[in-house]
Design a protein around this ligand. Sequence first.
Ligand code: ADP
Ligand code: ZN
Length: 210
Amino acid sequence: MKLILLGPPGAGKGTQAEVLTEKLSVPQISTGDILRAAVKAGTPVGLQAKAFMDAGDLVPDSVIIGVVKERLTADDCKKGYIFDGMPRTIAQAQALDEQNVVIDAVLSIEVPDDIIIKRLGGRRTCPECGMIYHVETKKPAKEGFCDGCNAALIIRKDDETETIKNRLETYHKETEPLIDYYRKQGKLKEVGGEFNIASQTAEVFKVLGL
Ligand code: ADP
Ligand code: ZN
């Protein structure tokens, strides 16, 4: 099964992707994670991507398309995969179509802007393992430190308030048109994102018939 998770930053795409990865035994392809790893490792892709990411802007399509193309050649992609955070522009979606990547379904998780701002503003990230916490909804056992590696949690640069606003603007302008793009292909499945994670997952399973 090949799925796309679509939605604004902070909609819970990553969490649903993890759940679906286990359920379907296919890998999760998160362009955000791939890019963050590239930045950390200082690869050419990372060097190209960093400034865009810090500002909450999209990384250029050519970079993303190259990264994804390469990822799809890996053995673990044979049975399918779940895209999380990709495509984010019409050009990226067209690139998938042109590579004959046949998507089964696109899950659109819809969350209002004010809820996103609250969610992302409270987000804390472990700089070591990438684990994500929230000051209200997902506290670590010891305040300010990662449960797994005990590293001091940080606010990701792109989770700062001004950057969040920019990411939302970018989402509405560049990514939201994909909802119609996939609706026209008959692949769109809409999921409300205001619920807690468990009911969101239940809805995701329901619309996918799992
Ligand atoms: P979120 O979904 O929380 O915004 P991601 O982890 O998916 O965050 O992405 C982080 C950043 O990486 C984005 O703000 C953007 O700069 C970049 N990025 C990730 N995926 C893409 C993509 N498909 N196209 C362009 N930029 C991307
Ligand atoms: Zn950690």
